[in-house]
Design a protein around this ligand. Structure first.
Ligand SMILES: C[S@@+](CC[C@H](N)C(=O)[O-])C[C@H]1O[C@@H](n2cnc3c(N)ncnc32)[C@H](O)[C@@H]1O
Length: 212
């Protein structure tokens, strides 16, 4: 089984719990939403990958013309569609998928979003190439990503047995400079880097990058 389909099954199992869990740092989350909105235009075609249950997509959809969001987990997408219908959000669409296998033509989108997902993608090179292909020239790639090399090292010890038991997905360990180098190598120029956490040390780096 490919790591993608194994991870899709993991996230399918997690989806209802993930939807019910509260956001751990609401002030940090709001900051990320505000900063991201500052990059969005009402005419934008936006793409989000790893959208989960659609919480962020549904908050940002009113800032763009249309937001197309994908996730490898069909359960996550089912919940996102339920939430979109319940909220009467007509300009966000949710599809099962991933950036390296997206069906849309080159240069379909003005902006691509990926929140809390890059560390979960083993084939990140292919994902970056997909995002790059989908963006118009000069398009923006905005992400926020846990840099787990900067987090508690105990996590790294307990992860392999959890993965063996199917209790954890694929997880990558990099620090912020390493992540930035990957993004730059994929054909982007970093235009903003920030940490939005409101308490203590924040291992998650917010990056805004422009397709060059
Ligand atoms: C931690 S959740 C984040 C969801 C949402 N972006 C958020 O910030 O709440 C990670 C999401 O990434 C998806 N995911 C995991 N591996 C992926 C991959 N290889 N490609 C695309 N999405 C993936 C999972 O299905 C899950 O919905």
């Amino acid at each position: 089984m490919s790591s993608n389909s194994k991870d899709a099954r993991f996230w399918d199992r997690m989806a209802r719990k993930y939807a019910a869990d509260p956001i751990a740092d609401m002030a940090g989350y709001e900051r990320t939403l505000d900063v991201t909105r500052g990059y969005l235009k009402a005419s934008d075609q936006a793409y989000e990958f790893g959208c989960g249950t659609g919480t962020t997509a549904l908050k940002l959809a009113s800032s763009v013309a249309r937001l197309t969001a994908t996730d490898i987990s069909s359960e996550m997408i089912a919940i996102a569609r339920e939430k979109a219908a319940a909220q009467g959000c007509a300009n966000a669409v949710f599809e099962v998928g991933a950036p390296d296998a997206a069906p849309w033509p080159d240069a379909s989108f003005d902006v691509a979003l990926g929140f809390n997902v890059l560390h979960l993608i083993e084939a990140r090179g292919a994902a970056y190439r997909g995002v790059h292909r989908l963006l118009k020239p000069g398009g923006l790639f905005i992400s926020k990503t846990p840099c787990l090399k900067e987090a508690n090292p105990v996590f790294r010890l307990i992860l392999p047995p959890m993965q063996l038991l199917g209790r954890a997905p694929y997880v990558a360990f990099f620090n912020a400079p390493e992540l930035e180098r990957e993004v730059v190598a994929a054909g982007f120029e970093i235009v903003e880097r920030a940490r939005h956490g409101s308490r203590g040390k924040d291992a998650r780096i917010f990056l805004a990058a422009r397709k060059v």
